[in-house]
Write a protein that binds this ligand. Structure first.
Ligand code: BYC
Length: 483
């Protein structure tokens, strides 16, 4: 391992561990891109709070034993840096046709377009999420949560920088054009939307934010793991370091939902409510009822499943064969890493029924990653359900069937209930309000979204966290709001 790579150079405008001060051309391109980024941040980044001091962590090293420093920072002064995980000596391509060959330090000509496409798609999601969340600051349930939102936002900004660096360093003029386009598209814009479906949806309230960071950031985790296996070493190293930051985003989601569930259960118990499905009674307590939490979960899980693409995909097969994108934990899988003759079971529509069908494993890679994702999602549900059980309630949050509410892949043209029962369009239209949040549900949640900015205080609908960020006490001023 190269010891120098641990140290980040803070002397250039853009902190980095890629020796930018000696890579004049790329430094110039990045410095040229910087003002556009700052304009985008000011137009589309968090609304308000730009002059507030936020207790943020900033990556200052890529040493896994200590890579971040916490301090008060105004968001526009955050040091968005370019950090790659240390280069592994003699790394080889761990899958596909080039299995066992040395990893590429430059882009192979024949895979240039495929790599660029994946990097652009990855890059596009980062600013999109910041845009989706930009208005949430004004309804934060506490300073602790406000700080977590901004932490997630600045790090998504850094992840955009990470992809832009790859585009500008390795893809010449078209890379620079793609980098500019990443600042041009806008989440939800009719003419110039973000590339993937879930990133054009609204994040209307904090419950959605927690669901998004739990479910959609977890797609990010799975995709980044797959790209971290890439034969293109700079992409692999970039993604490996991004994963270090990503863990906190999912923590925000998982603990956020835990705290909402906890508060609801406590309020129901205190009021002597025995039936958690008595929505009117529960809502009168100023907390979110469990059936509505389930509907939000149904929505965000199904939107996130769409991000895996079609179950059967030649794009995925090509990306694997060519050594561009691997599988989750590729190096730990015990097989030939080429998948020429193996199969994988895929859920498909066969004669109007959902059936498991064996498909060539190569074309079923999106399905496989999606299965890995679902397994990873289950962990949070176990925790949330434990809170409900401990409070003495007979209610279980569950993941809906993969055929439920889909826009991409095998199930996009059918309708199914969360249990996976096929239904016709009329039934779907009549009953969908039972399964995904209705306008009234949204209005109720919106009515709870009153900002709480007193130090150490929390909104009525959410419990305080068990521990503070960076071990800070409960009365810590995570955001010093400018007056
Ligand atoms: N929406 O063979 P197909 C994150 C398109 S999240 C719209 O089915 P493929 C984060 C597809 O582009 C992780 N279009 O799928 C989270 C293709 O179009 P073209 C982001 C879609 O290519 C929170 C066509 O359908 N990173 O980091 O195997 C906060 C047929 O494609 C969608 C990545 O996704 C969709 N949902 O797989 C912040 C990694 N799905 O090219 C950040 C890079 C498919 O024929 N991306 N299409 O016009 C990939 O690996 C793959 O492109 C996908 C799709 C998994 C997205």
């Amino acid at each position: 391992m190269n010891a120098n790579i641990m140290n980040v150079d803070y002397s250039t405008k853009i902190p980095n561990n890629v020796n930018l001060s000696e890579d004049r051309q790329v430094l110039k391109a990045l410095e040229g891109w910087h003002p556009g980024y700052m304009n985008w941040w000011s137009d589309m980044g968090p609304e308000g709070f730009q002059q507030s001091l936020v207790y943020l962590r900033t990556a200052y090293s890529v040493d896994p034993r200590g890579w971040a420093k916490f301090d008060y920072v105004k968001m526009p002064d955050y040091r968005w840096g370019i950090l790659l995980a240390p280069q592994e000596e003699n790394r080889v391509i761990p899958f596909g046709e080039h299995y066992g060959e040395p990893a590429w330090q430059e882009v192979p000509g024949e895979y240039r377009a495929a790599l660029r496409r994946l990097i652009v798609i990855q890059g596009d999601t980062e600013p999109a999420s910041v845009e989706q969340q930009r208005h949430l600051g004004k309804t934060a349930p506490s300073l602790y949560d406000l700080r977590n939102l901004f932490q997630v936002n600045v790090e998504e900004g850094r992840h955009l920088w990470a992809m832009v660096y790859l585009l500008q360093k390795y893809f010449g003029r078209d890379g620079r054009e793609e980098a500019d386009d990443l600042l041009r598209r806008r989440s939800g814009d009719a003419d110039s939307p973000r590339m993937l479906g879930a990133f054009n949806e609204a994040t209307p309230d904090w419950l959605s934010f927690f669901m998004f960071t739990y479910f959609t950031d977890r797609d990010g985790k799975m995709q980044l793991h797959s790209l971290a296996q890439s034969g293109f070493d700079p992409l692999s190293r970039t993604c490996r370091f991004m994963l270090t930051e990503e863990a906190h985003h999912m923590f925000v989601g998982e603990t956020g939902i835990s705290r909402v569930v906890q508060r609801t259960c406590e309020a129901m118990r205190a009021a002597g409510i025995t039936d958690p499905s008595d929505i009117a009674k529960v809502r009168a307590l100023g907390v979110v009822d469990l059936p509505t939490i389930q509907k939000k979960l149904n929505l965000h899980y199904s939107l996130s499943l769409d991000l895996f693409g079609s179950e059967v995909s030649t794009n995925a097969a090509n990306a694997f064969n060519s050594g561009v994108k691997g599988r989750y934990h590729e190096t730990q899988i015990n097989d030939d890493h080429r998948l020429q003759n193996s199969t994988y079971p895929v859920l498909k529509m066969v004669n109007g029924e959902i059936k498991r069908v064996d498909e060539p494993a190569l074309t079923a890679l999106n399905m496989r990653l999606r299965d890995d994702y679902t397994q990873d999602c289950v962990k949070g549900l176990l925790r949330w359900n434990k809170i409900i059980t401990l409070a003495g309630y007979d209610f279980k949050l569950t993941l809906p069937n993969v055929a439920f509410h889909r826009q991409i892949g095998e199930f996009r043209d059918i309708h199914a209930t969360p249990d996976g029962m096929l239904i016709n369009e009329a039934t779907w239209n009549k009953r969908k309000g039972e399964w995904v949040p209705s306008t009234e549900d949204g209005d109720f949640i919106a009515s709870l979204m009153k900002p709480v900015t007193e130090i150490g205080q929390f909104a009525s609908w959410i419990s305080p966290p068990k521990v503070g960020i960076d071990n800070k006490p409960g009365d810590f001023e995570y955001v010093k709001i400018e007056t």
